[in-house]
Design a binder for this molecule. Structure first.
Ligand code: ADP
Length: 430
């Protein structure tokens, strides 16, 4: 038995015995014991009262001085309370530190619940979105960030890693928004001011567009004189070949300028509307005709329209996608090879594939061939008359049509470039 209990029971037994002895002097031992028992009971009730008051009000009345059971109970509770107080203090300090560090964070952080309501936010979020404490807590984030790109991202965050939108506060500020789900139904919305980067990108785009535009006029003059020279019968024979080379190079330069202009238009433009229907079989037939006019083209260039259905978008851009993919397939496939162009529609959308049996692309080059001026085999690619911008144009034009480019290739066996269009880009009844 624990020590306080033995001490209590011993004391009780001794007190009862003493009470009975004193009672014996008056010939009433039972009465003596009863008086002692009542005294003990009163003592226990008093301590019980003190304990109840302490626990209910939090204020201690008086700690029993004895080292018995009640003393042990009171000092144990006092110890637990002191420990809880120390822990509470440490916890509050930790929360304060955590809050101070999130307040110092340069990016905005907003905690959203499953209904997209704002639960909490830091100082940067307050400044970036102009949030106000009482007014905006509990508010749905869609009411503050109404940009359609953000709403689409909020509704299906798995489809892209982030969105960049103009700030609802000031028109020339750009915000990068990233949703990070954590805990049950909770999401952290990170917001970063990317105005500087967006401005630099715009300056670069504008510079490339302006420089290309300015180069076009002098080049047209040069090409005009070169054509006149080439046609002039008085041109000495030893000048024919250099003039021919100059014509080829000038043509190449013009193609480069045209591609740069196309690319800068695609980069800066808004997403393509779904108002116009683009006739896919006609687009493929035109690309085939164009491919057959290229020098040294493979003998077999086949177009296979497996399902009916057209696309919703911009015809010139989709034409540029097909023409770049088909001309690449022709340029990187020997004359005895084959090029197959197929169009098929299924539940997942429309799929336009250009397959060739040409030289193929090494595995490590595949992720990089859509970068501007990246060439898997630069000497060979330049020889084949490419500008190095074809696949970058394809990638940007597809992105404007919400489509993806899938590249499969094996060196020496050939390549397949497939454009996957989502179902809402299809015009099935036209
Ligand atoms: P280029 O004008 O040099 O062809 P692109 O942007 O069209 O530029 O293509 C980038 C690079 O990708 C090419 O230089 C080439 O190395 C590779 N490539 C593109 N299409 C094919 C293909 N069908 N077969 C093999 N390599 C290809």
């Amino acid at each position: 038995m624990p020590k306080p209990w033995t001490r209590l029971l011993t004391r009780l037994a001794l007190s009862l015995a003493a009470g009975a002895l004193i009672g014996l002097l008056y010939d009433a031992p039972a009465l003596g014991a009863l008086v002692v028992a009542l005294f003990w009971l009163g003592l226990q009730l008093l301590n019980l009262y003190r304990l109840e008051r302490w626990l209910v009000t939090g204020r201690i009345v008086e700690i029993p001085a004895d080292e018995g059971l009640w003393g042990t109970v009171f000092s144990k509770i006092q110890f637990i309370k002191a420990k809880a107080k120390r822990r509470g203090k440490r916890f509050r300090r930790l929360i304060q530190e955590l809050r101070a560090s999130t307040e110092a964070f340069p990016d905005g952080g907003i905690i959203l619940n499953a209904a997209h309501e704002i639960l909490n936010y830091n100082n940067a979020a307050r400044l970036l979105l102009g949030l106000k404490g009482r007014r905006d807590r509990g508010q749905r984030i869609e009411n503050l960030l109404r940009h359609p790109d953000f709403i689409a991202y909020l509704n299906s965050p798995a489809e892209r890693p982030f969105v960049e939108i103009p700030s609802p506060q000031a028109g020339d500020t750009w915000l990068l928004c990233r949703l990070i789900p954590y805990g049950p139904g909770q999401t952290l919305l990170l917001i970063r001011d990317v105005t500087q980067r967006v401005k630099i990108e715009k300056v670069r785009r504008d510079f490339v567009a302006n420089a290309s535009h300015e180069l076009r006029s002098p080049l047209t003059v040069l090409m005009g004189y070169l054509d006149a020279l080439a046609e002039d019968e008085r041109l000495p024979d030893n000048w024919r070949q250099p003039v021919g080379t100059m014509q080829d190079q000038a043509l190449r330069m013009r193609r480069l300028i045209e591609d740069l202009l196309t690319l800068s238009k695609l980069e800066s433009g808004q997403p393509v509307s779904r108002d116009r229907v683009v006739d896919v079989p006609a687009l493929l037939a035109a690309a085939r005709k164009e491919a057959l006019s290229l020098p040294g083209h493979p003998v077999r260039i086949e177009v296979d329209v497996r399902s009916p259905g057209n696309l919703l978008g911009e015809e010139t851009e989709l034409q540029s996608v097909v023409s770049n993919l088909v001309s690449n397939a022709v340029r990187y496939t020997p004359a005895d090879g084959e090029v197959h162009v197929t169009w098929a529609v299924d539940d997942e959308g429309g799929h336009l594939a250009v397959r060739d049996t040409g030289i193929g692309i090494a595995e490590e080059d595949i992720p990089r061939v859509t970068e501007r001026f990246y060439r898997a085999d630069s000497g060979r690619a330049r020889q084949r008359g490419g500008t190095g911008l074809g696949l970058a144009i394809v990638k940007h034009a597809l992105r404007r049509h919400d489509a993806d480019l899938e590249i499969r290739s094996r060196v020496g066996e050939g390549s397949t470039f497939t454009c996957h269009f989502p179902p809402d880009r299809l015009a099935l009844n036209s």
